[in-house]
Ligand binder design. Structure first.
Ligand SMILES: [Zn+2]
Length: 300
């Protein structure tokens, strides 16, 4: 029997719960062409998706995300796959549930739709909401325990997706924003501070306040967590840093932080108030294994 969302939140309040790590790079190692739609593999090569997610569960992830980051119809449109959004998301949640068994929670993953909302951009908020609602509904149909909206740079887009996840009937909803360092502390691309973001996410019904990716260093992520904690003392806070700062190799950004160096962040982030800690760009099952070891009590 799948563990309930309320047990996940209770567990996270008692001790650090370990999330998963990067998916895109792992798919490419498994043979996905760069630039191709990884979501298609939920239907065409689900065993490869399950194998990656199972490596995370075996490494110690208690939460895994479905392989549906770019799975909104608007994001799939650039691959000509918009009409298959429901199918690809349902299959993505099913694959993640297969990998998790009864050992991990499955959060249906929703990433940015890939454009800008009006009036800054040309996308009608109602159409973006409808796209997220369709995605969230399919993820829940496929068996996801809840929905995580992540790697969002625009707080307004994140809030739209949180409302869509709630309307779809998600029993647990989390939101995770990207921040960049500025002279006045971490800010989103649009200049929003963490405390204001926390308030907006809570008002939109988020059970989990998260930050992931972006261009912060460890102290920056810790600063976001502390600001969330101060703004929302009772909230469950999730942080999924990148594996250090990217370096350019042959024109591509690669992340070179070792699993040991990555895991050294855990006590810092936990002390700042983080309840769920995982990884984003550049993190692998080895990074998650090191993180889980750092979170475990030292045996006598
Ligand atoms: Zn990332």
């Amino acid at each position: 029997m799948r563990r309930s969302p309320s047990i996940l939140l209770d567990s996270a309040r008692r001790r650090v719960v370990i999330g998963d790590g990067g998916m895109g790079t792992q798919l490419q190692i498994a043979g996905l062409e760069p630039g191709a739609a990884g979501e298609l593999w939920n239907v065409e090569n689900p065993d490869a998706v399950v194998a990656i997610q199972r490596r995370y569960v075996n490494a110690g992830s208690a939460i895994i995300l479905s392989n549906t980051f770019g799975g909104s119809s608007l994001a799939l449109e650039r691959h000509g796959l918009a009409a298959r959004a429901s199918e690809l998301n349902r299959a993505g949640a099913q694959a993640a549930c297969r990998a998790a068994g009864d050992r991990a929670w499955v959060l249906g993953d929703i990433g940015p739709f890939g454009g800008f909302l009006a009036p800054l951009g040309e996308h009608d908020p109602d159409a973006v909401f409808a796209s997220f609602l369709e995605q969230a509904s399919a993820l829940l149909e496929g068996g996801a325990d809840g929905i995580l909206v992540e790697t969002m740079s625009d707080l307004d887009e994140l809030v739209l997706a949180l409302h869509a996840a709630r309307q779809a009937g998600a029993a647990l909803v989390g939101g995770s924003l990207c921040f960049d360092p500025t002279a006045v502390g971490p800010r989103t691309m649009m200049g929003i501070a963490p405390a204001a973001a926390a308030a907006a996410m809570l008002a939109a019904g988020a059970d989990i306040l998260g930050t992931n990716c972006g261009t912060l260093e460890l102290e920056g992520y810790a600063e976001v967590v502390r600001a969330y904690r101060q703004a929302a003392p009772g909230a469950v806070i999730m942080v999924q840093p990148n594996a250090g700062q990217p370096v350019l190799e042959d024109g591509a950004a690669v992340y070179r932080q070792t699993p040991e160096a990555f895991a050294a962040a855990l006590p810092v982030l936990a002390a700042a108030g983080a309840n769920i800690i995982g990884g984003c760009c550049g993190t692998t099952p080895d990074h998650i294994r090191a993180l889980a070891a750092a979170s475990a009590p030292v045996p006598l």
